[in-house]
Ligand binder design. Structure first.
Ligand code: SER
Length: 862
């Protein structure tokens, strides 16, 4: 049997199109517009505002195939991936939707019609599960389809009540399962939702509630249908395969892995081939949608997956970067349906290669360290949090990679200890996450029914508005107006600030955001009560908006100039436009040289001087693309798009606000260029008077330097280099003197140590020690007799204790165990080897107490 996946995809779409469903493009898998989601994890994500009545659907019925990733949060399948045949980090979901239109009966009977009449699945293998309280669905299954009663099973909330995340639209569901096993007559209802051979492949959700942040279920104004069929599972079922990896979606990738590694797909039961072919899909699609490997949030998920795949490559003997080589096959396999893969192929390859190269530098060493950690864990079955952190911090091993390696050795990892070490590191200087929200949780009060807020801000900077909805939280308010000149943050441009006022009411708007089709003004109420005055004059901060406009148009000029100077591979990977500056992240593989920066500045300033008249137009997405308009990475575009044209130089799809002529920008200066992630550079720049200010600042800084160093501009560099050089030698000298001092302290301590049962026991605290651990080791090395040492100090407000035990005492006293007990008192983690170990924590005030506990433990053992 060989039914191409492309045919199955087409049959699904055509079936629902024939039932008046409108085809909707897949939304990006790394969404820019939903802060509650790291990745799109279901077909319904892009319709969430419709379910919540925040946005009107363009059509009441929709059908699509959607790119999904499930590696974090409520829906996370990572551990099963590659171990079994049908869980994936990246998969496609086929779906049909009703937005307040048809409901359970049509959803169920159409699903049954498609699978039994069009796809002709074997009815003897089909099972259905329903929510235990959903009698209505049961009746429909039994009366409107020919499924036998004993094949319709009731389940509880865990299996048959679907929720997108901790909050959001949800409802009871009915799922369709297919038995892939060999024993048709031996099937049993007990296998459903329990055994691997019973594959759940289609979930029909009846969305009728919204779960709010307090955990309560609230009725939605309308009832909706949200269905999701796992495409890979459907394709394998239709081709009578037990494994998704045996379908044409994966076979080309698996064959390429066989070719690159020289190892057949059956090598060590094929786990590595499956994991790698799965992970490259996740990586390729996320990168194509603009996600970037990084050290937190979404970027760190990408890095974790890439590193996991790299390590599985090692098990196939692949020492050099290899994942990037699979991008070509991925794009050949999927590019027909997802042009972004084909369009960004070279970029994706380069980013993956860079990441592989940088992890490759530490992976082998990290694996060696892991083996020695395993040896040192002796009979214990746990890898300490400190060791897991060391693998993370020094060798770049994500915790789940260490856990995977540990599982292979039947070990576990002390997660709490690891988290503690992470917390400590975070406390030492972590930035706050991007994924946060300061929205109020109070209820909305509706004054006037409006489907959406009219945005007048392309032409007007103030207007008369009526309040449609508001919610109050102390002195703060969130207000939705029927029409507004306030621009809501999007496309990198920050939201407008300004005022809402009437005779009796006055509020400062400090931010503007969009939810669905509604524009929300975040305000501080200065005077009056919005309840009594619902007509207001809304007026933006004109000067601020003007500065934003300069920066936004300059961003478009910069984008084109970058392509001109650096090459066509440059893509916008992110941007921020506010009143002070513009920030532009671009895909590029190396630091920009000073010449390149100057050339870019020159080109942008040249286009400013030409004083070109901008034009904006609204047209269909396809027309805009064919005229050469630049669409941005990972952005979700509707059918109609706004095109901002700077004739002869730049044309971009953009909803932002712009100057009328390029000359309005005045001047442009790049203020900073830096690395954001591998393959991504960040440029910051200023415009108008800010650019002049920036130039003045630089020259006054140079003047200050000249004065401090009493030298001329010409010798400035030489003077600074001399200073750096002498500073380095002073630091070296201080360190040398500290070590001498330490050695003297060692001698005094060893000579004066108390002796218990023939063993010298040295316990105490020491300030100003250069390196506490090597100090402990020195003491042990210099003592000729049995010795145990437990010393601590406080550095940068953090307590640290080292325990060192001479070889002849390790049988009685294990330093790692002492360190662990000490760390508990310090409120932290500890560990190491039997001869030497360290402990740390958050409680510097408990150092004396911790040393006392350690001392008592030591003497109880000798
Ligand atoms: N939202 C449901 C799911 O993800 C059906 O599409 O399973």
């Amino acid at each position: 049997m060989n039914i191409p996946s492309s045919l199955i995809r087409k049959q699904f779409i055509d079936f629902f199109k024939a039932k008046q469903h409108t085809f909707i493009k897949s939304a990006p898998v790394a969404p820019n517009d939903d802060p509650t989601l790291l990745f799109t994890n279901a077909g319904m994500n892009q319709f969430k505002p419709i379910f919540l009545d925040q946005q009107k659907p363009t059509s009441p019925r929709a059908v699509n195939y959607q790119k999904c990733i499930r590696v974090s949060g409520k829906h996370n399948d990572l551990e099963e991936v590659g171990v079994d045949d049908y869980h994936h980090t990246f998969f496609e979901m086929l779906g049909n939707w009703s937005f307040g239109d048809y409901y359970k009966e049509d959803a169920i009977t159409w699903a049954w019609e498609l699978i039994t009449k069009v796809w002709k699945m074997d009815k003897r293998r089909l099972w259905v599960s329903i929510y235990k309280e959903d009698e209505e669905s049961k009746t429909i299954w039994l009366e409107k389809t020919d499924i036998p009663e004993n094949r319709v099973l009731k389940f509880g909330k865990k299996d048959n009540f679907w929720e997108m995340g901790d909050t959001g639209p949800c409802g009871p569901c009915t799922e369709i399962h297919y038995y892939v096993g060999d024993d048709i007559s031996g099937q049993s209802s007990k296998g459903v939702n329990c055994e691997d051979d019973y594959r759940e492949f289609w979930n029909l959700v009846f969305i009728q509630y919204n779960r709010d942040s307090n955990g309560s279920l609230n009725d939605l104004p309308n009832k909706h249908v949200d269905t999701g069929a796992g495409f890979e599972r459907v394709v394998s079922i239709m081709n009578l395969k037990k494994s998704n990896y045996e379908t044409d979606l994966f076979v080309p990738l698996i064959e390429e892995i066989e070719k690159i590694s020289g190892k057949s797909k059956d090598f060590e039961s094929g786990v590595a081939h499956r994991v790698i072919s799965d992970h490259i899909r996740m990586l390729g699609f996320s990168l194509a949608d603009g996600a970037i490997p990084g050290s937190d949030g979404r970027g760190y998920v990408l890095r974790r997956i890439l590193r996991r795949a790299s390590r599985f490559g090692r098990t196939l003997g692949l020492k050099d970067p290899f994942l990037y080589k699979l991008v070509e096959v991925l794009s050949d396999t999927m590019g027909e349906f997802y042009a972004e893969l084909e369009d960004n192929k070279d970029y994706i390859k380069k980013i993956i290669l860079k990441e592989e190269e940088s992890f490759g530098l530490t992976l082998d060493k990290g694996l060696e360290v892991f083996s020695s950690i395993v040896k040192d864990t002796h009979e214990k079955d746990e890898i300490s949090g400190q060791n897991a952190f060391k693998l993370y911090d020094t060798y770049g091993f994500p915790l789940d990679l260490t856990e995977l390696l540990a599982r292979e050795k039947n070990l576990t990892v002390d997660r709490a200890g690891f988290e503690f070490c992470m917390d400590e590191q975070r406390a030492r200087g972590k930035k706050s996450s991007k994924f946060s929200s300061n929205k109020s949780t109070k209820d909305w009060i509706e004054v006037l029914k409006v489907a959406h807020s009219d945005f007048l801000g392309y032409e007007e900077e103030s207007c008369l508005s009526k309040v449609a909805m508001f919610r109050l939280d102390g002195g703060k308010a969130e207000i939705v107006l029927d029409q507004t000149p306030f621009y809501a943050e999007s496309g990198g441009q920050v939201g407008d600030k300004g005022v809402l006022r009437s005779d009796t009411f006055y509020a400062n708007v400090f931010d503007t955001q969009k939810t669905g089709d509604k524009i929300i003004h975040f305000c501080i109420v200065k005077k009056g009560d919005i309840r009594s005055q619902t007509e207001v004059i809304s007026e933006i901060d004109h000067i601020r908006r003007n500065n934003i406009k300069l920066n936004h148009t300059a961003t478009h000029l910069l984008h084109s100039a970058l392509k001109e100077v650096l090459g066509k591979h440059v893509q916008q990977a992110g941007s921020l436009v506010d009143e002070d500056k513009l920030r532009f992240d671009l895909t590029h593989y190396e630091k920009l040289s000073q010449e390149e920066i100057s050339m870019i500045e020159m080109i942008v300033n040249r286009e400013i001087l030409k004083n070109i008249l901008l034009s904006t137009d609204t047209k269909s997405f396809d027309d805009a693309k064919s005229e050469g308009a630049q669409a941005l990475f990972g952005e979700k575009y509707g059918d109609l798009v706004r095109v901002v044209d700077i004739p002869g130089f730049s044309m971009e799809l953009c909803g932002g606000t712009h100057v009328s002529r390029t000359g309005d920008i005045g001047s442009f200066k790049i203020s900073k260029e830096s690395s954001l992630a591998s393959g991504i550079r960040r440029i910051e720049a200023v415009t108008g008077l800010m650019a002049v200010e920036r130039a003045n600042e630089v020259s006054s800084q140079i003047n200050d330097l000249k004065n401090v160093l009493s030298c001329s501009s010409d010798s400035l560099l030489i003077e600074i280099n001399n200073l750096i050089h002498s500073n380095k030698s002073y630091l070296k000298e201080i360190s040398r003197l500290r070590r001498i001092e330490d050695r003297q302290k060692v001698k005094i301590m060893v000579d004066g140590a108390e002796e218990i049962n023939g063993c010298k026991v040295i316990v105490g605290s020491l300030e100003q020690t250069e390196n506490l651990k090597s100090f402990g080791q020195d003491c042990i090395d210099q003592s000729k007799s049995p010795t145990i040492l437990l010393i601590g100090n406080i550095k940068d407000k953090a307590p640290l204790v080292v325990c060192a035990v001479s070889n002849d005492m390790v049988k009685k006293v294990n330093a790692a165990e002492i360190a662990k007990s000490v760390s508990k008192v310090l409120g932290g983690g500890g560990g190491g080897k039997p001869g030497i170990a360290t402990a740390g924590g958050r409680k510097p005030e408990a150092l004396d107490e911790a040393l006392k506990v350690g001392y008592n433990e030591i003497i109880s053992r000798i």
